[in-house]
Design a protein around this ligand. Structure first.
Ligand code: SF4
Ligand code: SF4
Length: 121
């Protein structure tokens, strides 16, 4: 996990890459409530139309397109950005990945350089 000193410089460019990763966008109750209101659906309607049971068989997850990207990705943009799930909001601060986000990948290199400079000092 990146240190706070590096994460403070994180600024998402909205490239949409992370919305194309395979895996599940897990949902919590307030995600469902917010998205249902935004889409003008009742919560049961939203669940029927836009979710599936996650592999953990405990939570619901958003549906994917056939290419594995999130069903709410339009071009490079999230079509429900204002009410996107907590899992999306909290990346990369509450959870992260070793590589794959172009901005994070640059910060990882930056952090390694800082660490190396510290060792050489
Ligand atoms: S991959 Fe990184 S920069 Fe691109 S949209 Fe996701 S968080 Fe933002
Ligand atoms: S809900 Fe929006 S931000 Fe989250 S994965 Fe889908 S398109 Fe990306």
């Amino acid at each position: 996990m990146l240190g706070d000193d590096v994460l403070k410089d994180f600024k998402c460019t909205g490239c949409g890459t992370c919305c194309r990763w395979t895996g599940s966008v897990l949902l919590i109750d307030r995600d469902i409530a917010g998205m249902a209101v935004r889409l003008g659906l009742s919560e049961p309607e939203f669940i029927d139309r836009h979710t599936r049971l996650a592999p953990n068989r405990i939570q619901l997850a958003l549906l994917d397109k056939v290419d594995g990207s999130c069903a709410f990705l339009e071009g490079d943009r999230c079509s429900i950005y204002a009410v996107r799930p907590e899992q999306c909001r909290s990346f990369p601060f509450a959870w992260s990945v070793p590589e794959g986000c172009p901005v994070l990948d640059k910060l990882v290199v930056q952090q390694k350089n800082i660490e190396q400079a510290g060792k050489n000092a």
